[in-house]
Design a protein around this ligand. Structure first.
Ligand SMILES: Nc1ncnc2c1ncn2[C@@H]1O[C@H](COP(=O)(O)OP(=O)(O)OP(=O)(O)O)[C@@H](O)[C@H]1O
Ligand SMILES: [Mg+2]
Length: 244
């Protein structure tokens, strides 16, 4: 696992890792009354940082010794295997086809994150939406709940394909990644509407790639859907007021 994109693993003391710990804590708070075990990460468009956020979030949770399963459900452009530097010959698709079980395809994290298990996408199927919406997928996630404290799912852009909406209906919660300065408001709203249509439980929004000039330390921000918590709240409010 050599990839530098795994900030939380390579540099746990960095400010980015700290931001992921904040995200982790916020999710735990969201979790107080409801049992949120399965979380889908999506975003409106491509390249906004879903895979990076989902990978670092999974590591950050695993660092608390919670048993975490990270599953690559982006069966169109799977990337989790690249981020972790592992092969993708076998993965979720093989499980869903009934050819393999978790133990055959899982990748266990290295020593410092023993409680992380990664399942890559496996071979790209011709019908991702169908596969992700199948009885087998539901059963797989249901089964995994007995073995893991948290199941974190990477998915494709919601405005482009229905896969994330489908996944949101079988997960307990969904988080949207928004790329600061790139994601158009209209696209983000459209994505949220698609989630609303399937009654997804939108837990919050992660702001990714916040320019460091504007915010000298946090590269990530997390908003709960209705309000948000964090050290920068005052600063951001001030800024918003200024721009009025
Ligand atoms: N906070 C960040 N700071 C710097 N680079 C980032 C950050 N987040 C993501 N990136 C980079 O942006 C690119 C896209 O990230 P990523 O693959 O995670 O996006 P994605 O939303 O999963 O894309 P896709 O829709 O293709 O699945 C990658 O090169 C990644 O390394
Ligand atoms: Mg991705």
């Amino acid at each position: 696992m050599e990839n530098v994109k795994l900030f939380t693993l390579r540099n746990p003391k960095s400010i980015v890792s700290e931001a992921f710990r904040t995200l982790r804590t916020n999710i735990q708070f969201t979790n107080i009354d409801k049992s949120i075990r399965t979380i889908v990460i999506t975003s409106s468009g491509p390249g906004e940082g879903k895979t990076i956020v989902v990978s670092n979030l999974a590591i950050s949770i695993a660092q608390t010794e919670k048993r975490v399963l990270l599953v690559d459900c982006d069966m169109r452009k799977p990337r989790i295997h690249k981020v972790f530097g592992i092969n993708n010959r076998e993965g979720l698709t093989n499980i869903l086809m009934g050819e393999k079980v978790l133990a055959d395809v899982e990748y266990r994290g290295e020593e410092s994150i023993k409680s992380l298990t990664v399942v890559t996408s496996g071979p790209i199927p011709p019908n991702p939406s169908e596969l992700l919406g199948s009885r087998r997928m539901k059963d797989f996630l249901e089964d995994m709940r007995d073995h893991f404290d948290m199941i974190i799912i990477d998915s494709p852009p919601i405005n482009l394909v229905t896969d994330s909406a489908i996944l949101s209906t079988i997960a307990d919660g969904t988080i949207m990644v928004v790329e600061v300065g790139k994601t158009e408001a209209e696209a983000a709203i459209n994505g949220k509407e698609l989630l609303d249509k399937v009654n997804a439980n939108l837990l919050g929004v992660v702001l990714n790639k916040i320019p460091t000039k504007e915010r000298s330390y946090y590269n990530y921000g997390y908003y709960h859907y209705n309000e948000y918590y964090g050290d920068d709240e005052g600063g951001r409010r001030k800024k918003r007021r200024k721009s009025r």
